[in-house]
Design a binder for this molecule. Structure first.
Ligand SMILES: [Zn+2]
Length: 127
């Protein structure tokens, strides 16, 4: 069965929006953790990548330093420009199975966009 739905804890969504808002106009990157389910993913918490610096996009952290962690689902980052779609660099640097893009003005789930490993849009459910 294809994985199509991403459930995200309400606290996680609120945290992503708040961090993105606080770091704006720079770009924030956080790691997503949770579990895989038959029809999708459940994002339960976030953590910060080692040696990340804000504002330089994906080039700023070294994926080889990521801990080996089965709860790791993917990466969320913000788009201060508000663009709700991945850039070419985003697609080329995709890590994990999920990509979450948080777009300015960071209001609520309308500004949280979820893509799968192929860059296809997934349905987001806040739970
Ligand atoms: Zn991006």
């Amino acid at each position: 069965m294809a994985k199509e739905v991403v459930q995200m804890r309400r606290e996680v969504a609120a945290l992503l929006l708040e961090i993105s808002r606080n770091i704006h106009p720079n770009e924030v990157i956080v790691l997503l953790h949770g579990r895989r389910e038959k029809t999708g993913y459940f994002v339960e918490e976030v953590s910060f990548p080692p040696q990340s610096t804000y504002g330089e996009g994906f080039s700023s952290f070294n994926p080889y330093q990521l801990p080996i962690d089965h709860s790791f689902l993917g990466v969320a980052h913000s788009h201060p420009s508000g663009a709700p779609y991945p850039s070419v660099e985003d697609l080329n640097n995709m890590m994990g199975e999920l990509m979450v893009i948080v777009t300015a003005p960071y209001r609520d789930e309308r500004d949280i966009h979820v893509l799968d490993g192929e860059g296809r849009r997934m349905k987001l459910m806040i739970v």
